[in-house]
Every structure is written in C-alpha cells, then in structure tokens.
Design a protein around this ligand. Structure first.
Ligand SMILES: [Ca+2]
Length: 463
C-alpha cells in the first residue's frame, strides 16, 4: 500500500513541482558525540574549524534534544518524527536498549520516514553509515525510502567476539570488517557522500549520513591518529570535522550552496570518558541533560541567519515536519510528535513549539520539560534500565535557565509547577505509555518470525 501511495504522490509531485527549486537536505548524524565535543559548543581539546565556520555561517541550537540516550530509539525518532515508544522502537525484542545483529525487530516498513516523504517529491535519497533500525532485508534503508545505502547496519562494537561486521551496499553485504579495518570507513563514507552530491546534478537530494564515529571502539582514520590533544576520541572528532568540510565543499562545488540545508548533530550524549557533555550533567544512557541534549548546528546561506543561536527547545523529531514544510509535502497520515521549526531556524521566533518534552529511557518515562522547568517523576525501580537518576524516589525539579547542571532540586518551592508538569507526564503515559502500561497512541514495530542470518558477502563479491 505504501508503495502505491508513494507512486501516486510522486506523479503528483512531478506534475506540480517541475521547474521549482526544491532545497537539498543533508543530515550529518554523529554517534555518541557529546554536547561540548565541538568548537561551537565549547570544545578545546580537539579542533573543529569546519564546524566553527559552519556555526558562523548558520545557527546553533543550544536546547536541541535527542529523544533517547541510546542509538536505536534516537534514530527511529529522527526518521519518523515520533517518540520511540510511539513507533515501538524504544527497546529490542529481548527488552534490551538497542537492536543487535540478526534482529527480528525493526522499524515497521509502513512507517513513513523523511526519505519516504522526500521520494514523493522526486528527491534522490541516500543513507551512508550506521542505520540501526533493523538488519533484516525488510528493514534496511532501501525499504524505507532510500534509493541506496552503504554502511554497517548496526553499532561498530558488535564484533567484540571477533565476529566481523558486514559492510552493506543496498541490501547485500560486500565486505566483512573487523577491528582496525574499521579505521578507513569514515573516509570511505565521506567519499561516497561527496560522489552522491556530485552525481545529483539538478535533481534535489536528501543525504542522511549517520557516522559510526565516535562510538566505542574508537577507530579514527590513520591520517588523524595522534593529531588532537584528546586521544583517539579527539582524533575521531577531528576526522568528523574534516568529513563535514568535504561535504560542505562538495555542495559549493556543485553550485547549490544557497539551496542546501545542512544539519549537524548527534544521536545522544558522550559515553566515552574522553567525551565532554559539560556544562551538562550525566552522560549517554541517562536522562540527565548530558545524555539527551546534543550539539546541533544548521546552515543554509541566505535562509538561516548567520552566526546566530536559539535556545528554543527543539528535537530530532522536528526534522521530518520541517523538511515536509520546506518541500511542500503533506505530513504522514499517522500522528507524529515533532514540529515544524522553520520559524525558529529563521529567527522569526525564539519560542519552542513544545508545551512539553518527554525524557524516556527505553520503556520508562523518567522526566518532562516544559519551558525552563525539568521534572524527574517518581519511578518504579528498574535495575535493567540505564539512566535512573540518583535518589529519584522523590520528585526532582530543576530550573534549567538558572541551573543547567541539574544540581538544585526546587520542587518544594514550586508546587504549582510540579503539578503542571505532572499533568503533562500523565498525558504522555496515556498516549505513549510507561513501564507495564501501553499507550493508546503506540503503533507496531516491524517483525519477522525468522531472523535473517547475519549479512555476509557472497563468494562472488569483491567490492
Ligand atoms: Ca549512540
């Protein structure tokens, strides 16, 4: 059904949009890059001149959130504009926090992704890097609106037991990668991205580039080893910066700089001890700000005011509706949770479109933010969950404007704020669910009864 709808929408788009200049759209999505890990957000141990320049030419979003502090749920939100629980990607089939190789679960093929939407407008679409929304062929990027894919479909740490990782082109593994053989991948991915931009010509394109960097284990390219003042971690951040520079240059070379929006952000906070989430508290795996608030820089010359920043609360769920707005595309029929943040990006407003934002860790609602206030709700103790704040048997209220490090609980002094945020939390439980409680607005994940064997190259494949 989705395919028939796509075809009809494509016909409609081609008949109405020909001759119009539709913007090119690029999302560079880092893995485990902390809030303070790049120059525009205060990093000093590694140098990020390309990102510094990108921020000078664009906007920093200082209160930009991922919807989860780990990979799979965050990516489900980015692709669908929904909270992970809404699309049932908040945990895997064994109730672990992310998908593992040969998973039976994946993002439901009927979910409408950003790539699906843009395909209806005649975009070329490509995904390069870490997918992590299902490695069964039914769940790969090519089944979710992408014309082509190159990457390892899950985390780069899945080869702890010397099991090689499959490098997949479209739906076929073309090579196995193990250990240090990962180190040329950032460069290879970047070349693929540059080539894609070059080949797009006058056709609008959507490039989704989820890096493996800087997820553990750390594998910066050879030419970056030892270059930063922050070990392999800093070296790899510097390689991401180099990669971003190549992409921005390719866009300029293609003559489409003034018609291209580039988003640079991360899927969750830093977990590595060399990473920096400061001035935020906490790290990957937690619903403290350091786990969920991530750096974000957006650039579109002539459209997004240069050298600006916005403190409006925005999230990864907003790219789908924002890109739909920019391309004149109808939103999916099913409800989504993100908002069109074009008014924020063009500095028409400094007000967040969110009345409330919810911090879930896997199936558990842990906190809610509204305006400057963040409330940790009382939680059932769940040892398997990461991210349970210390001593959260009581309500914890923080004023993030005054206390970005979440150090002073002001719940007692602000009972009416607590009540208001508790009411929001109840709305979330009803709609999206909580531990042992289904939400009325949840949809099904994709499921295959028989997991596909691990993706392996066939004997006849070389590159
Ligand atoms: Ca991650």
């Amino acid at each position: 059904m989705k395919h028939i709808c796509r075809f009809l929408l494509l016909l409609f788009a081609l008949s109405t949009c020909s001759g119009q200049s539709r913007p090119n759209l690029v999302i560079i999505y880092c893995d485990d890059l902390g809030y303070g890990d790049i120059g525009p957000f205060g990093a000093t141990k590694q140098k990020t001149p390309a990102l510094d320049q990108m921020a000078k030419e664009g906007m920093r979003l200082t209160d930009f959130y991922s919807t989860c502090s780990v990979c799979t749920p965050s990516r489900a939100s980015l692709m669908t504009g929904c909270y992970p629980r809404r699309v049932n990607m908040h945990q895997d089939e064994k109730n672990l926090c992310v998908l593992f190789p040969a998973a039976r679960k994946g993002l439901h093929p009927d979910e409408v992704t950003i790539a699906d939407l843009l395909k209806t407008q005649g975009y070329r679409t490509k995904c390069i890097g870490k997918w992590h929304l299902g490695d069964h062929p039914d769940f790969l990027p090519t089944r979710q609106g992408f014309d082509s894919y190159l990457g390892i479909p899950y985390s780069n740490d899945m080869n702890r037991k010397e099991v090689p990782l499959p490098l997949v082109r479209d739906e076929q593994a073309i090579e196995l990668v193990i250990g240090r053989k990962q180190s040329p991948l950032t460069e290879r991915y970047t070349k693929e991205a540059v080539q894609f931009i070059k080949e797009s010509g006058r056709q609008p394109f959507f490039l989704y580039f989820p890096h493996a960097a800087v997820h553990n284990p750390l594998f910066p390219g050879k030419q970056f080893l030892g270059k930063s003042q922050n070990g392999k971690y800093g070296d790899w951040v510097e390689e991401i910066d180099w990669s971003t520079e190549q992409i921005l240059q390719a866009i300029k070379d293609a003559g489409v700089d003034n018609n291209t929006m580039v988003v640079f952000t991360s899927d969750n906070g830093a977990g590595n001890k060399l990473g920096r989430n400061a001035p935020l508290k906490g790290k990957k795996g937690r619903t403290d700000e350091g786990g969920m608030r991530v750096p974000c820089v957006v650039r579109w010359p002539g459209k997004i005011p240069a050298g600006t920043s916005s403190g409006a609360l925005t999230t990864t769920m907003d790219w789908l509706p924002t890109m739909a707005h920019l391309t004149g595309t109808a939103l999916p029929d099913n409800p989504i949770d993100g908002h069109n943040i074009w008014p924020v990006l063009t500095a028409k407003t400094s007000t967040s479109p969110y009345d409330a934002f919810y911090y879930y860790q896997m199936d558990q609602l842990q906190a809610v933010r509204s305006g400057k206030w963040k409330l940790f709700v009382e939680m059932e103790s769940k040892k398997k969950n990461w991210g349970k704040p210390e001593g959260a048997a009581e309500l914890l209220l923080y004023d993030l404007d005054q206390d970005i490090g979440e150090s002073r609980n002001v719940a007692e002094a602000n009972p009416s704020v607590v009540q208001r945020l508790l009411a929001f939390a109840e709305e979330a439980r009803n709609e999206l669910g909580d531990v042992n409680c289904k939400g009325s607005g949840q949809r099904k994940a994709g499921w295959v009864d028989t997991p596909a064997p691990r993706l392996l190259p066939s004997a006849s494949d070389n590159n």
